[in-house]
Design a protein around this ligand. Structure first.
Ligand SMILES: Nc1ncnc2c1ncn2[C@@H]1O[C@H](COP(=O)(O)OP(=O)(O)OP(=O)(O)O)[C@@H](O)[C@H]1O
Length: 257
C-alpha cells in the first residue's frame, strides 16, 4: 500500500452554458511513503486541481483518493497544503510566531503553540523573527513562515502548489535547498506541483507528467540522480541535462506521444 493513491481520478467542473468541462481524465498515481514526487504539465492542464483533490479540498467527479489506505473526502490530518500565494495565506494582523502557531493553538493552547512555533522558525532559518509581522519580511522569508506553519502541524505529507513561483530566482534556489533539507530530515512524503522542469528534476524522486487538458498521465519519470542533492551542482550533471531535454521536448510537444 502506498501512502497517497489516486485511482482513475476524473474531474469535471460545472459549466453554466453547456455540458460539464472535463479537466482531468482517469489519472492514477501512487506516492510511496517518504517519496518526493513532482507533478509537471502544461499551463492550465489541471495540476492544482489534482493537488486539491489529493488534499481533500475538492471532491473528485469519479475515481478515488486514498491516504494511508483511507478514502479521502475531507482534508486528512496527515497532510498539509502549502499555497503559492503566501501573501494571502499569512494573517497580516498576527506576528510571525502566531502565524506559525495558528493551526495548532486550538489543540495545544496558545503558550505551547508559541514554543512549537519558535522551534519551527529556527528550522527554517528565521530564528529571532517571531515578533515581526509578515509584511515586514521579504517574499522568500514569508514563504519560509508558511513552510514553518505547515511543519508545525507535524504532517506526514506536504502538498505544495508551485510554492516558489512568486519569488526571485536566487530566493527560489534557497527555498529549494531548504525543502530538500527538511524533506530528508523529517522523512516527509511530498507532492509538489510545478511548471519548472529544473525544479522538478532537482527535487523529486519521480516526476508525474500530465498531458494538456483534459489531463491524463503522460509519463512517470524516475529521476535517479544521487542524493543528497545540491540545488546548484545537481543542475550540471549530464543525467540532469539529458532528463531536462527529454521533459522539455515532451512538454513542448516536440515528439510523438
Ligand atoms: N472552479 C472551477 N470551475 C471551472 N473551471 C475551473 C475551476 N478551477 C479550475 N478550472 C479550470 O480547470 C483547468 C485546470 O486548472 P488548474 O488550475 O488545476 O490548472 P494548472 O495546471 O494548475 O494551471 P497553471 O499551470 O496555470 O497553474 C483550467 O482550464 C481552469 O480554467
Amino acid at each position: 500500500m502506498d501512502f497517497l493513491e489516486l485511482d482513475a481520478v476524473t474531474k469535471e467542473y460545472p459549466n453554466r452554458s453547456g455540458p460539464p468541462a472535463r479537466v482531468m481524465d482517469q489519472v492514477s498515481l501512487s506516492v510511496r511513503q517518504g517519496e518526493f514526487m513532482a507533478v509537471l504539465g502544461p499551463s492550465g492542464c489541471g495540476k492544482s486541481t489534482l493537488l486539491q483533490m489529493a488534499a481533500g479540498l475538492l471532491p473528485v467527479s469519479d475515481g478515488t483518493v486514498r491516504i494511508a489506505g483511507r478514502r479521502i473526502i475531507a482534508p486528512p490530518p496527515e497532510a498539509v497544503y502549502v499555497f503559492q500565494q503566501y501573501t494571502r495565506s499569512l494573517l497580516p494582523w498576527r506576528n510571525v510566531r502566531d502565524n506559525v502557531g495558528f493551526a495548532i493553538e486550538h489543540r495545544l493552547g496558545r503558550r505551547r503553540a508559541r514554543e512549537v512555533a519558535e522551534a519551527q522558525l529556527d528550522q527554517v532559518g528565521l530564528e529571532g523573527f517571531g515578533d515581526h509581522f509578515p509584511w515586514q519580511l521579504s517574499g522568500g522569508m514569508q514563504q519560509r513562515v508558511a513552510i514553518a506553519r505547515a511543519l508545525a502541524a507535524e504532517p506526514a505529507m506536504l502538498l505544495m502548489d508551485e510554492p516558489f513561483s512568486a519569488v526571485d530566482a536566487l530566493t527560489r534556489l534557497d527555498l529549494q535547498a531548504l525543502i530538500l533539507e527538511i524533506w530528508a530530515r523529517r522523512r516527509l512524503t511530498v507532492l509538489l506541483v510545478t511548471h519548472d522542469v529544473d525544479e522538478a528534476i532537482t527535487l523529486a524522486d519521480r516526476i508525474a507528467v500530465l498531458t494538456r487538458r483534459p489531463a491524463r498521465m503522460a509519463e512517470m519519470v524516475e529521476v535517479g540522480l544521487p542524493r543528497p542533492r545540491d540545488a546548484v551542482a545537481t543542475r550540471e550533471a549530464p543525467q540532469f541535462l539529458a532528463l531536462r531535454r527529454r521533459l522539455l521536448d515532451r512538454l513542448l510537444l516536440r515528439h510523438d506521444g
